[in-house]
Design a protein around this ligand. Structure first.
Ligand code: PA5
Ligand code: MN
Length: 172
């Protein structure tokens, strides 16, 4: 996607305070290192009903301590608004979590299509060695609730254990 109407947002390690569980490793990391960028097209004003937004996320490979690079993760402000993700390149894990903190983890592989229920928080994790690239399509009035994840986190984390990705409860 390119051209004037396409917006872009870049998240560096410094922008992701409190997201990774190893805070000491996060403090030691380069705050300017890019973790991911999103380019999206918003044909209507955000918050208006009836439109669809389309975006691509490019999530770099890397870790903070033993935790793989991931997106911030969010619920939609409007819990009735669902979303599609579709993997284009790379290998990852899509974490979803409901209000009771039940979680689901699905492999993200090129060609994979994922329907994210409106009540589920969602976060993508890059468990590979190359950028994880995925499309997203969501309703223009979905909105974002980042605060719940900022405050309580996800119930599970993707950590490298013995050279392989492992899904572990957040408290362990
Ligand atoms: O709409 C989405 O869910 C995605 O486009 C995400 O916003 C994107 O992957 C970045 O993640 P986050 O918004 O959690 O920082
Ligand atoms: Mn979303």
């Amino acid at each position: 996607m390119c051209g004037a109407p396409v917006a872009e947002s870049v998240k560096t390690l410094g922008d992701l305070k409190g997201i990774f569980r190893d805070q000491a490793a996060w403090q030691d990391s380069d705050p300017d290192r890019e973790v991911y960028r999103v380019r999206w097209w918003a044909p209507v004003v955000s918050g208006n009903e009836g439109g669809l937004f389309w975006g691509v996320t490019i999530l770099q490979p890397g870790r903070v301590g033993d935790e793989y690079f991931m997106t911030h993760g969010h619920f939609h402000a409007n819990r009735t608004r669902a979303e599609y993700y579709a993997t284009v390149a790379g290998i990852g894990t899509l974490l979803r979590m409901d209000a009771e903190r039940r979680t689901w983890a699905e492999d993200m592989v090129p060609g994979g299509l994922y329907y994210i229920h409106g009540e589920h928080a969602h976060r993508a994790v890059n468990i590979g060695d190359v950028p994880l690239i995925f499309w997203a399509c969501w309703g223009s009035d979905a909105g974002y609730d980042y605060g719940t994840i900022q405050q309580h986190g996800f119930a599970t984390s993707l950590l490298e254990r013995d050279g392989k990705p492992a899904i572990v409860p957040h408290s362990s």
